[in-house]
Write a protein of this length. Structure first.
Length: 120
């Protein structure tokens, strides 16, 4: 199992209506360090959670999502940060990760609402 790729899904709301291509360009080349720290942001955008090497690294990833999604996780009037640490080795695995690229395109999808299939 140690040689298997780390795969995590990050979901967030987009209040800007940016195109799928804009989201793909935004995430292209973005990298972060995973680890045992669970960073969560709650607000009108819902709940966004990431596993990271540190609280600041997790917040950096969530801020990156917010910057294209049109929401500010640091706004204390609408948002709240929580940080936990997991001792579950599968979730807390340390690795340097980025968005998967398939056929030269970042594997980022978008859908119209909170459920349903991604846009093609």
């Amino acid at each position: 199992m140690a040689n298997r790729a780390v795969r995590k899904r990050l979901s967030y709301r987009d209040f800007t209506g940016a195109s799928q291509e804009a989201h793909q360009a935004h995430w292209a080349g973005f990298r972060w360090s995973t680890g045992p720290v669970i960073v969560t942001s709650r607000g009108p955008w819902g709940l966004v959670r990431v596993l990271a090497a540190s609280a600041s690294e997790g917040q950096r990833v969530i801020r990156h999502a917010g910057s294209i999604g049109g929401w500010d996780p640091d706004d204390p009037e609408v948002g709240e940060w929580t940080v936990q640490v997991t001792d579950y080795s599968r979730n807390g695995r340390r690795a340097e990760v980025g968005v998967r690229v398939r056929e030269g395109v970042p594997s980022v999808t978008k859908r119209e609402g909170p459920s349903g299939a991604p846009l093609k």
